[in-house]
Design a binder for this molecule. Structure first.
Ligand code: UDP
Ligand code: MG
Length: 319
């Protein structure tokens, strides 16, 4: 059977939200697409979330559930959910109704226009603490400033992906998964769609500071090796300064100016400190490359090709 749209929802202790999310999704999807499936991924919930998902699946043949053995995290839940979908298009969204199901028809419209990725941009956020809003805004901008991949700002994971994009995403093997960055990395045709981010339907955020920190560091380390190079640049500056200072002081002392020996000593130490930092920079350069290799991302992704024979076509998928 063909499914036009799959919806992937990570669920972690969301018993108050699951029924309401299902109700609103159902209302939106019937009419918007010919056929759909909803894939709930229970990320080790300790409340009644899984029972609710089972009840929904028993009543509705388009509901599927995947239950983790423990809490693996939001991003892993997306990874699992995406691998369990069969739809021509896939929407990924949170369970707490901060991502409004009512936006899905607009996401679909852009997909029908030919886009492979339609990401929802938070034009406004409601019902979140000042700390959350500030830290998120600062993080997105820092990330943008130091990464090579142009990850859009103020954009969470709520988005639609075409089958082509989902298959490419599923082929990524890396373990630290910053979904929104990886999807941006995929390329193809991507477009943003602004929306109003609602307040949580019920319950509390399942993203304590510890998880936010891990997400932020995953995002930065997966897409930037800039922090590894900082030591090198710092070292180059410091050692140059130390070297120039030392030579100048030495010449001045030889010429009979009153330069104490300790000054020479300090400048020599500054120079040596700089040399050590430069060496750390070398280590960083190699480590960064090892890190790149360890991610085992495909070398490239092909959008389309033309005039290739059977044997040549393999190269477009082998990457
Ligand atoms: N979530 C998850 N595993 C976790 C934490 C969160 O699957 O370890 C789910 C959660 O149920 C929700 C989504 O991820 O569907 C986003 O979490 P939340 O709304 O708490 O994050 P916030 O909006 O506060 O950043
Ligand atoms: Mg939320």
């Amino acid at each position: 059977v063909s499914v036009e749209l799959s919806v992937v929802v990570p669920v972690y202790n969301e018993q108050e939200s699951v029924p309401e999310l299902y109700r609103r999704l159902n209302a939106v999807l019937t009419g918007a697409v010919a056929s759909h499936e909803i894939v709930f991924v229970d990320d080790g919930s300790r409340d009644r979330s899984w029972e609710l998902i089972r009840e929904l699946a028993a009543r509705d043949g388009s509901v599927r559930g995947v239950r983790f053995s423990r809490n693996f995290g939001h991003q892993m839940a997306f990874a699992a959910g995406l691998r369990h979908t069969v739809g021509d298009a896939v929407v990924i969204m949170d369970a707490d109704l901060q991502d409004p199901p009512e936006l899905i028809p607009q996401l679909l419209a852009r997909w029908r226009d030919g886009f492979d990725v339609v990401y929802a941009v938070r034009a406004k956020r409601e019902g979140e603490t000042i700390f959350k809003r500030f830290s998120a805004a600062a993080f997105y901008r820092l990330l943008r400033a130091i990464t090579q991949v142009d990850i859009p700002v103020d954009t969470g994971d709520f988005r639609l992906m075409s089958r082509k994009a989902v298959d490419a995403f599923n082929a990524l093997e890396e373990r630290h998964r910053f979904t929104r960055g990886l999807v941006t990395w995929l390329g193809f045709r991507q477009v943003g769609l602004p929306y109003l981010r609602a307040a949580r339907h019920a319950g509390e955020s399942k993203y304590p500071l510890r998880k936010m920190w891990r997400l932020a560091t995953d995002g930065i380390t997966s897409f930037s090796s800039l922090p590894l190079h900082v030591a090198g640049w710092l070292g180059a500056a410091v050692s140059t300064l130390g070297f120039v200072g030392f030579v100048a002081a030495l010449l001045a002392r030889v010429a009979g100016r009153g330069i104490p020996l300790t000054a020479l000593l300090v400048l020599a130490l500054v120079f040596l400190g700089g040399v050590q930092l430069v060496c750390l920079g070398f280590l960083g350069a190699y480590l960064g490359r090892v890190h790149e290799e360890a991610k085992r991302r495909p070398l490239y992704l092909v959008r389309e090709s033309i005039g290739l024979g059977e044997a040549q076509r393999a190269a477009t998928t082998r990457a």
